[in-house]
Design a protein around this ligand. Structure first.
Ligand SMILES: O=C(O)[C@@H](O)[C@@H](O)[C@H](O)[C@H](O)CO
Length: 401
């Protein structure tokens, strides 16, 4: 079997997505997600100009060799652009292999380890009451786990808080700016979870995303303050470039920690995992080198009883979601999967076999990863330049968004 051609499809049904399609001489094709929010065309060019010419004529079954070839062969290793491009190739090749086998992808990984994949929804609101009403909305749909974010009194445009129902941080035009005050946030955040426990009791998993905003000692203070509300996790409490800093947070709190959506390789996670400084690793298929590399990260994490909690925001396409669900159904040390529901127009471009029922998702039994792209539909929505926002402290200092 040989790869005959491959091409990149950039489309904007509600938001931008980059998809790689690989075709073979036997008529079987595979697709992979290559979306990097706000930097989409860099990955599209990396694939079109540098990777695709190296794929033509290769046997698509040689997934491992092609992965090593693209990783080691580039000389310039790692980083989100490189690893998203490699991920797209890897996902498309697993799709092809599973289609040829006539099996859903999870069967090739080792079969199912559970009946369904527990997912968490995003509830948010400008006020605590609004956020609680959204939690209720997801509880009514059967969700067992919900991430809760709310507007901080005195601050406009807080991370995770939507103008409508769905939170979409990327905006057209140049990056939007939002103001941040750690003091206001730290004084406010515990009251959100006090309200949630008060109204919904203890049968619901509650999660919270700090989105890299705090220093280590501030994160330690928040973790301690949240302990009475027994969170499932506190996510990205501080930027993780300096992995040592998590030692300080750990010394002060038993609130579980989740990190990794911006990581691209096992090397980014290694110290956090080996020193048991986190509880959940949030790398996912598209930004961490595909199924092949994500499996290595999960296997390392398993040695330390660290579980997976893959990123699943709307800027990860349905192709990534489909592949992630196969991974989740198999991976022995599964924890949870994030789910932000895509807009209907996005779903119309990406028909998929996965489904949701009572808080759990299933990848479906279609051969491959079960997600396709309708190219005629995709062509109706041309690329729209959009950026993620930046954050500034109230005195104007640029901060971590
Ligand atoms: O936990 C999450 O899902 C977030 O941190 C993301 O929404 C993140 O802000 C976006 O994926 C950025 O593109």
């Amino acid at each position: 079997m040989k790869i005959t051609d491959a091409y990149v499809i950039v489309t904007c049904p509600a938001r931008n997505f980059v998809t790689l399609k690989i075709r073979t001489d036997e008529g079987v094709y595979g697709i992979g997600d290559a979306t990097l929010n706000g930097r989409e065309l860099a990955v599209a060019s990396y694939l079109t100009d540098h990777v695709i010419p190296c794929l033509i004529g290769r046997d698509p079954h040689d997934i491992e060799d092609i992965w090593q070839y693209l990783y080691k062969g580039a000389y310039w290793r790692r980083g989100p652009v490189t690893m998203s491009a490699i991920a797209a190739v890897d996902t498309a090749l697993w799709d092809i292999k599973a289609k040829v086998a006539g099996l859903p992808l999870y069967q090739l990984l080792g079969g199912k380890s559970r009946n369904g994949v527990m997912v968490y929804a995003h509830a948010n609101g400008q006020t605590v009451d609004d956020a609680m009403d959204q939690v209720q909305h997801y509880v009514d749909q059967g969700y067992k786990a919900i991430r809760v974010q709310a507007g901080v009194p005195g601050l406009k445009g807080v991370y995770g808080v939507a103008k409508g129902i769905n939170y979409e941080p990327a905006t057209r035009g140049l990056p939007a700016e939002s103001a941040w005050s750690t003091e206001a946030y730290l004084d406010f955040a515990p009251s959100l979870f006090a309200a949630a426990r008060d109204r919904f009791g203890w049968d619901l998993h509650l999660l919270h995303d700090v989105h890299h905003r705090l220093t280590p000692i501030e994160a330690a203070r928040l973790g301690k303050a949240l302990e009475p509300y027994r969170l499932f996790w506190m996510e990205d409490p501080t930027p993780a470039e300096n992995q040592e800093s998590f030692r300080l947070i750990r010394q002060h709190t038993t609130t579980p920690l989740a990190v990794g959506e911006v990581f691209n390789t096992i090397w980014d996670c290694k110290d956090l995992i080996q020193n048991q400084l986190i509880d959940y690793i949030r790398t996912t298929v598209v930004h961490a080198g595909g199924i092949t590399h994500l499996r290595r990260i999960a296997n390392l994490a398993e040695l330390y009883q660290i579980r997976t909690g893959s990123h699943g925001a709307t800027d990860l396409s349905p192709v990534c979601m489909g592949a992630a669900l196969h991974f989740d159904l198999w991976v022995p040390n599964f924890g949870i999967q994030e789910r932000m529901v895509h807009e209907a127009v996005t779903e119309s471009v990406f028909p998929h076999a996965y489904s949701f029922d009572q808080g759990y998702m299933h990848p479906g039994e279609a051969p491959g990863h079960g997600v396709d792209i309708d190219e005629a539909e995709a062509a109706k929505y041309p690329y729209q330049p959009a950026y993620l926002p930046v954050a500034r402290l109230t005195d104007g200092t640029l901060w971590n968004w």
